[in-house]
Design a protein around this ligand. Structure first.
Ligand code: NAG
Ligand code: NAG
Ligand code: NAG
Ligand code: NAG
Ligand code: NAG
Length: 525
């Protein structure tokens, strides 16, 4: 009986995989982002697909730390000058606080410009163009790594394949329009006052200026890259053909709950392994010796030790070297460490996800990058965030509001508050309890991030796109999408009624007056 049952089971499985399984497909991943944390997310998704037996070709600028034998890498690296320029610009941001909100948003557009230009040049490289010029190549799907680079969607058209956009963060103003995802210009919160909502709306308007600048750049790049081919459609048409967006986010972790259309698939935590890998021997030993617990200190992949002010580093060392906890400190220049101490281990590269999984880790000191916070939430580790720029301050703020830890500014770090914050998080159990509770929520989903990527990728390949899941808003103009013409009509009707009523009343009033006047005249006589 049991035997029969398992035979039936195996047969069913075989038949299902015949029907629904997608044979090894050729998938092209375009991941030119210059941000190492974006690349970790993109390559994690690519690896999941490669492990499924797909033939994945990826185009990158940076050298990926995650790879697989089924992944063919085409790397178009930065030149020496570009690397130097980039490091200097990141360094400058560590030492400079920006002024007004408007200025900082417009500044951001300026800084993006050179990055976006580099990413566009990648698509002009001979080896990348060969992907569509060489007729021997065939792709079943393009995955476009998102970094304000909508022009890249033209590449999918060039290789004649459906396209999935892979976004490193949650749904936002720029991406929502691509799939008709509802966008509320006011970030809602139960207790918001009118003033706060107005402020949120105005910020959103200012951000809209930035979005327009980026859009103009995208149009320009699209022309430059693709309009030598007369069969290529208008840029605005290209924007209407995205099958899905994979958002690296998780509804309950991104602040206020918002609705998503079916073409928005959340895969937050894709970079986290279901089961951690074994740690390198020195780390494993160091951590298992940490009877008083251990702290992981990593300020991310962009910021290097040398980017931080020297005396800030010294202050951090003074505090950390006096703790009884062991400290693993991500530090690149092992010749010049901040100082020697028995409880501190410096390492140039760290398997962060695997270290955070270790039970002896009691605190994660980070720069509030999205990736690091996600990993700490998954593993249920409290945090001390030292944000600097970009989305980091707001990530840190949200993390503190959720009760997962504390935050201090890296730019103005002083010994005493740094020490107090560390001791508070280590001694007060409320932080680890809150984040541990969240961790169990984060892991509890109908399908894991990995399973979602596998299912939806195969789905798009099986059906050669997903126009049946597309929101009609993608094809509607602003007026129709927002019912403005209907509101205008109703307003016009309302105004006409009021005007007519007013005229009628005036007419009746005038009649009455003249009757009254006549009557009084008659009386006088
Ligand atoms: C800091 O910002 C100000 C104003 O934006 C700028 O004038 C100055 O050059 C910046 N300093 C550094 C070190 O980048
Ligand atoms: C994988 O894809 C690349 C790029 O299209 C192609 O050159 C290669 O032949 C493919 N490999 C297999 C086994 O199909
Ligand atoms: C949209 O993608 C499909 C393949 O999924 C393709 O057949 C169609 O030509 C594309 N349309 C545009 C405007 O790119
Ligand atoms: C909103 O305000 C009420 C009463 O003022 C308070 O009890 C509640 O905790 C607040 N909710 C949030 C999310 O701040
Ligand atoms: C761990 O502790 C053992 C015994 O106390 C010691 O021999 C070993 O050197 C320690 N290892 C590290 C990496 O500190």
């Amino acid at each position: 009986m049991v035997k029969h049952f398992s035979l039936v089971f195996v047969l069913t499985l075989a038949i299902t995989s015949l029907n629904y399984g997608t044979q090894s497909a050729n998938i092209l991943g375009l991941f030119p982002s210059l941000s190492p944390s974006h690349l970790i997310i993109s390559m994690s998704a690519a690896k999941v697909l490669a492990e499924q037996g797909h033939n994945v070709t990826v185009v990158t600028v940076l050298e990926p730390t995650i790879t697989h034998r089924n992944i063919n890498l085409i790397q178009i690296p930065l030149t020496k000058e570009e690397i130097k320029e980039r490091s200097e610009s990141i360094g400058a941001k560590q030492k400079n606080t920006s002024g007004h909100r408007l200025l900082s948003i417009l500044n951001m557009a300026d800084q993006m410009d050179s990055m976006l230009r580099k990413m566009k040049d990648v698509l002009k490289d001979k080896r990348v163009k060969d992907l569509y010029l060489n007729k021997g190549n065939h792709f079943d799907l393009v995955i476009s790594g998102y970094f304000m680079n909508d022009y890249q969607l033209g590449f999918a058209r060039k290789v004649n394949a459906p396209v999935i956009v892979l976004a490193p963060g949650p749904p936002n103003q720029m991406l929502n329009s691509l799939i008709g995802n509802p966008h509320d210009p006011v970030e809602k919160d139960k207790n918001m006052t009118f003033g706060q909502r107005l402020d949120s709306y105005i910020t959103s308007l200012i951000y809209g200026i930035f979005v327009r600048q980026i859009d103009r750049l995208n149009r320009e790049f699209y022309k430059e890259l693709f309009t030598d081919d007369p069969s290529m459609p208008e840029y605005s048409e290209i924007l209407k053909n995205t099958s899905l967006v994979f958002f690296c986010s998780h509804g309950a972790s991104e602040g206020s709950i918002r609705p998503n259309v079916p073409a928005a698939i959340e895969i937050g935590g894709i970079q986290i392994k279901d089961k951690p890998d074994r740690l390198p021997k020195n780390l494993e030993e160091f951590l298992s010796n940490a009877t008083d617990g251990a702290i992981l200190l990593s300020l991310g992949s962009n910021v290097q030790g040398t980017h931080i002010k020297h005396d800030t580093v010294q202050k951090m060392f003074n505090v950390l070297s006096k703790l009884k906890q062991k400290v693993i400190w991500k530090w690149e220049d092992l010749e010049n460490t901040p100082g020697k101490s028995d409880n501190i281990l410096y390492s140039r590269w760290l398997p962060q996800d695997d270290i955070l999984a270790h039970p002896n880790i009691k605190l994660f000191i980070n720069h509030a990058g999205k990736g690091g916070i996600t990993e700490a939430q998954y593993h249920g580790k409290p945090m001390l965030s030292l944000p600097v720029f970009g989305d980091q301050p707001s990530n840190a703020f949200a993390m503190v509001r959720n009760g997962f830890g504390l935050t201090l500014s890296l730019l103005t770090l002083e010994e005493a508050p740094f020490d107090q914050a560390i001791r508070e998080i280590l001694s007060n159990p409320q932080y680890s309890q809150k984040v541990a509770k969240f961790s169990s929520l984060y892991r509890d989903r109908p399908t894991s991030a990995r399973e979602s990527v596998i299912f939806w990728t195969d789905y798009i390949i099986r059906h050669n796109g997903a126009p049946h899941l597309q929101s009609p808003l993608v094809h509607m103009d602003f007026i129709a999408a927002n019912n403005l013409d209907i509101y205008a009509l109703f307003t016009a009707i309302l105004v006409s009624i009021v005007l007519i009523l007013k005229a009628v009343i005036q007419y009746i009033y005038a009649k009455l007056i003249s009757k009254f006047n006549k009557a009084t005249k008659v009386k006088k006589h």
